[in-house]
Design a protein. Structure first.
Length: 185
C-alpha cells in the first residue's frame, strides 16, 4: 500500500505564500537536491487547479540549459509521474500523464493508495486539508524557511487536525529545516 504524503515549503509561522512576495520559498541547490531525492519515490501527484497551473511549468522546464542539474532532475521526476488534477473549472490539461477529476473523492484516493506501486504526493493546502480531514494523509514533510511571513496562505488549513510523530529532521546551510512526520491515527 502506498503512502499519501503532503509536502510543502512554508515560513516559520506556517504560511506558504505571503501577499505580493514569496521569493523566500525558492529552494537553493542543496534543498532542491534533497527534494529531488524525496520525490523520486512518488508515482502520482494530486493537485488542485491552482497548484497544477503552477507545477505544469515542469512539463517544459528542461528547455532552460542554463539551469543547474537539480532543476533538470526535478523536471524529469515530475514528467515521469502520473498527475490527477481536482477541478470543476479546468477544461483540459497541458501535460502528459495527467487527468482531471471533478470532485475530490476520499474513497477513490483510498483505492489509489491500495493499488499504487509507488507513494502518492498531495500538494496544496486546501486539497491536503481535505485529505487530512478524511484520514488519508500518512506523512507530512514541511520545509520551514527562516522567515516570518506574518500572513498569507496557510500551509495547513484551520480544520486540518491530527497527531504527528516525528520521524526525521534535517537542517540545511541556508537555515531551512525539513521536518518529517507520520500522521498517527
Amino acid at each position: 500500500m502506498a503512502n499519501l504524503i503532503y509536502a510543502t515549503v512554508c515560513s516559520l509561522d506556517g504560511y506558504i505564500a505571503e501577499p505580493g512576495k514569496s521569493d523566500w520559498s525558492m529552494p537553493d541547490e542543496e534543498v532542491h537536491q534533497f527534494v529531488n531525492d524525496l520525490e523520486r519515490s512518488m508515482g502520482t501527484y494530486l493537485y488542485g487547479r491552482r497548484m497544477y497551473e503552477t507545477m505544469v511549468f515542469w512539463e517544459t522546464a528542461s528547455a532552460a540549459p542554463d539551469e543547474p542539474p537539480v532543476f533538470h532532475g526535478y523536471a524529469e521526476i515530475w514528467r515521469a509521474a502520473e498527475k490527477i488534477v481536482y477541478s470543476r473549472t479546468l477544461q483540459e490539461v497541458s501535460s502528459a500523464r495527467t487527468r482531471i477529476e471533478r470532485e475530490f473523492d476520499p474513497d477513490a484516493v483510498r483505492r489509489l493508495k491500495q493499488s499504487a506501486a509507488a507513494d502518492i504526493a498531495i500538494a496544496g493546502p486546501e486539497l491536503a486539508g481535505q485529505a487530512i480531514a478524511a484520514g488519508l494523509v500518512d506523512e507530512c514533510r514541511l520545509f520551514l524557511c527562516p522567515v516570518v511571513a506574518g500572513g498569507g496562505k496557510r500551509a495547513l488549513p484551520d480544520m486540518a487536525r491530527g497527531q504527528l510523530e516525528l520521524l526525521d529532521e534535517r537542517r540545511f546551510r541556508s537555515g531551512v529545516v525539513h521536518v518529517h512526520y507520520r500522521v498517527r491515527v
